[in-house]
Design a protein around this ligand. Sequence first.
Ligand SMILES: [Zn+2]
Length: 299
Amino acid sequence: MAKRKLWVTGILAILLLAASLILTSCELLDELDAILDIIEEESTPTPEGAMTVHFIDVGQGDSILISMPTGENMLIDAGDNDKGEVVVDYLKSQGVERIDYLVGTHPHADHIGGLDDVIEAFDIGEIYMPRVTHTTKTYMDVLEAIDRKGLKIKTARSGLTIPVEGARTEILAPDSDLKSDNLNDYSIVIRLTYGQTAFLFQGDAEKRTEDGILSSYDNIKAHVIKLGHHGSSTSNTEDYIEAVDPEYAVITLGADNKYGHPHKEIISLMKDKAITVYRTDLEGNIVAISDGKEVYFKD
Ligand SMILES: [Zn+2]
């Protein structure tokens, strides 16, 4: 009997040893992965010229122009219905003639309201929207403008990239199998890497989307984050902000808006983490420039 006990103990010990070896090698692999990520980022060559990111003041809403040194432009959202002309004028003032990549993050009016004006005013390349529809006139207007130009919507989903020349532009959300009654959950989230700098554009993504991104992506670090949902406390969780670890946060919103944005919890979270905040309600248009190594904001 004693011999048998010894055998069992021996086998158990071997099994434990094997299990711990497997576990350590998993940890080692994770560490190796992290090191490879760092090497990849540090070995990225610094690009020629600067990328400019304009957070256009459209009051309560979003509209972000990204101008590449190659001459390509990407526009994320175009503000509410009555802001279409503001966006069109701003783009013209920046010498924009063509929008190579147009993104409608989700079908709420404060994001897609001005898209029809933009589509009519400029030559448009590709249009990205999430796979979700809405019944509002605003949404129908956008679909009609897309149709009139003979354009086709590309469905944005996690895992795809937008082929912006000179940058890596990953779509982190929404997931292709998402089902939700909350249109904000469909927000297209984009992480754009230019040289060694990164920007994260959250649309109106809330906690649910942030949790999904955290479980699907190892590296979501960014120098600049356009905070989710106008600085709402239903977005911008501490876990998410810690993973992004930004130097700067931009909040797009209207002064004295009826939602109480930005929520005070978010402002104090930014303070706690020593993140510099820029707000369109206080500063108007906000312009960030990346030379591929560093990001700075125009006065
Ligand atoms: Zn919004």
